[in-house]
Ligand binder design. Sequence first.
Ligand code: GLV
Ligand code: MN
Ligand code: MN
Length: 408
Amino acid sequence: MTGARAVSRCDQLGAPPYSDMPGGLFRAYLTPAYFAAQDALAGWMAKAGMTVRRDPAANLVGRYEGVDPQAPALIIGSHLDSVRDGGRYDGPLGIMLGIECVASLSAQGKRLPFAIEVYAFGDEEGSRFPAAMLTSRAVAGTLHPATLDMADADGVSVAVALPGDIDAYLAAARRPRTTLAYLEAHIEQGPVLEADGLAVGTVTGIAAQLRYSVVVRGMAGQAGTTTMRLRRDPLAGAAAMVLAVEQLARSDNSDVVATVGVIEAAPGAPNVIPGEVRFTIDVRSGVEARRDAVAEAILARIAEIAKARDLEIAIERIHDLPASPCDPVLMDLMDAALAAAGQPVRRLVSGAGHDAMNMAALCPTTMLFIRCKGGISHNPAEHVDPADAEIALKVMLGFIERLAARYA
Ligand code: GLV
Ligand code: MN
Ligand code: MN
């Protein structure tokens, strides 16, 4: 039951020292919990028969050599970091299943025409630094060096947090001819598979994402003496803006979703009218044009609200990833592996972002979704049935077998 072992290893990494938060899971990029989890992973990778290295972006990479060391490798990857007070499987399950694929092959003494490299990516969630998916962008060769020039909420820069040399960061990039394909298994983080009574499904593509950071400035003041008419309250303005974000996405009547997930008022005291408010906006859709149309409407409405309330605004686009279709040939191989494992073939789209979005710039990508209870994710209640992980492992091995047969 090595699928069950993959699940129990995620559980093991769900508490300190693999979490920086007592009583729950928070593992952000380049924190003590992150490095503790890498150490545990390195042991499991080595035990499965892989050589292990940490690349210049602080990804952990295990390699299981193929018959021809020069042949381009199949990468199996997912992320090790989590959101704050997150679930245990969003990210790590895909890494653990990659390790189990290799453990199964090496137990049988099987070498493939190509190597398998299992990547544990570092920063998919963007829960520490203002940008997200730094490390898979570095591996895909799409990371702009200026993006690295940033710091976390405590003022610690990426350069300081990184164990290696920041100037070498982009050397994590793989040359396209070293890479055959990218496979990522991930919990669905939504309700579709469960509703259809299915354990797993083939992903067709990933929705486009856009993120903004918004600063609203007004006038800080005395809560008791400043009359209501004289106020320039950026928090009341931001409240109107947040409702506009929700309303504009809703009224699009499409697959567009928009979220304000962070909001902070400064200086933050019960008897002070705030002087400044910062919040984020995340907008997504499977269709980039729809995403962009709603995002434009949101920005225009925010400007109107600011003007009407005499507030200043500064808006920065901090994240922009296009929709990422999965490779049609690899999708067919995945469907065939599903059928061979006795699973009904089901295709579904991903509203959540994944490192596969970046890897698509490097090589053809494919994803397998695994059912999670109630579709709940980014929540400690996230749950995966070990029997479903077992099925996912079988499908992944079937996919690898079919890819090898094509390649041979
Ligand atoms: C990742 O979890 C995302 O979809 O933002
Ligand atoms: Mn996530
Ligand atoms: Mn994830």
